[in-house]
Design a protein around this ligand. Structure first.
Ligand SMILES: Cc1cc2nc3c(=O)[nH]c(=O)nc-3n(C[C@H](O)[C@H](O)[C@H](O)COP(=O)(O)O)c2cc1C
Ligand SMILES: Nc1ncnc2c1ncn2[C@@H]1O[C@H](COP(=O)(O)OP(=O)(O)OP(=O)(O)O)[C@@H](O)[C@H]1O
Length: 303
């Protein structure tokens, strides 16, 4: 239990996907907290600010249900604070945000931000202004240089573009971990078993940035175990149109029961687009080929 008036080293930003740059920033927050006998925290928002500002939902790399856990697991911080991004927050002067919210309400003794971060009304809170304000308040401040890969600044926006294009290897390189869809296993229509390939069924969270509908080499993490799998994402057009998009991994060489379990599906490599087959025999042949390609991919990855 973290005490309300504990002092905190607070990292600022939205942290969608918890990519390599976010992780570097949070490592520093953890270090500053240790040095100062403080709690390491992230201050983020319940909705993406651009969703409110532009009126267009920003598709997310991390589903809403997983955000807190993912930031804590991958960032190593003690606490994730979710500010409510409403009109009041949107119009709040940057200095008031620092003085009243971060310091007044959450007792910040150190604030950590990336060099490209902007906050407060119209983004008028720049890292340089933050540094000056922290000096005035007598608290610590770090401005972290952007992490780059291949001379490209790692950002959630760039990673979303890679996911949307099906470049999951590139997305994983920039994330520092695979793109993952998590959720509770639901009952499907039990067609999979008639095909000879049982599948685990998950809803695709509607707020997520999905990759193109298709078939992916995958891993399924369930009950602390990692399984090799091949996953179809889409609306399975062979069986009629109109269904909501779902995520259906077929776990190779597995005969267990996962109904109701909470699983994570890591999508590693795009194999082919989803398509409509004329009959289930053709679909079966295609899935057999997907399975063979998946085994071959893991064989090559192991070498
Ligand atoms: C590896 C794999 C690839 C698949 N590819 C397609 C496809 O291209 N087109 C399609 O209509 N269904 C495809 N399916 C079938 C459906 O996604 C789903 O497995 C089937 O409709 C069974 O659904 P159920 O679990 O609700 O019974 C594929 C399934 C798997 C496991
Ligand atoms: N590549 C990076 N290296 C270091 N820090 C970063 C990097 N990218 C973002 N940050 C910092 O991490 C915090 C959270 O970043 P945030 O999620 O707001 O931005 P982002 O990843 O650049 O996303 P977007 O593409 O939406 O701008 C911010 O303080 C930001 O400046």
């Amino acid at each position: 239990m973290i005490e309300k008036d504990a002092k905190r080293a607070i990292a600022l930003g939205y942290f969608d996907g918890v990519h390599c740059g976010h992780q570097a920033l949070m490592r520093l927050a953890v270090q500053r907290a240790q040095e100062n006998g403080a709690v390491s925290s992230v201050f983020t928002f319940d909705v993406h600010p651009d969703t409110v500002i532009t009126g267009q939902p920003v598709p997310l790399i991390t589903s809403e249900a997983r955000r807190r856990d993912e930031i804590r697991e991958l960032g190593g911080v003690d606490e994730v604070i979710f500010g409510h991004f409403n009109d009041e927050m949107r119009n709040m002067d940057w200095r008031r945000f620092v003085d009243d919210v971060l310091v007044g309400q959450f007792h910040a003794c150190w604030i950590i931000t990336g060099e490209n971060n902007r906050f407060g009304y119209r983004g008028q809170g720049t890292p340089e202004r933050l540094r000056e304000e922290c000096v005035r308040l007598g608290i610590g401040c770090d401005i972290v240089e952007s992490v780059k890969i291949d001379n490209i600044v790692v950002s959630s926006t760039y990673i979303r573009q890679q996911i949307a294009a099906g470049n999951l290897e590139r997305a994983a390189q920039f994330l520092g971990h695979p793109y993952t869809i998590a959720g509770a296993v639901q009952h499907g229509r039990r067609v999979g078993r008639t095909l000879g390939f049982r599948t685990v069924n998950l809803a695709l969270p509607k707020e997520m940035q999905a990759p193109p509908f298709g078939v992916y080499v995958s891993r399924v993490i369930a009950g602390g175990q990692s399984h090799i799998a091949v996953t179809n994402i889409g609306v399975h057009p062979t069986f009629g149109e109109g269904d909501a998009a779902c995520v259906e991994p077929h776990i190779l060489d597995f005969d267990g029961d996962l109904y109701g379990a909470f699983v994570q599906v890591q999508l590693l490599h795009f194999l082919r687009p989803e398509r409509r087959f004329d009959d289930s025999e053709q679909l079966k042949a295609a899935i057999s080929d997907d399975v063979a390609q998946t085994r071959a991919w893991f064989e090559t990855a192991r070498k």
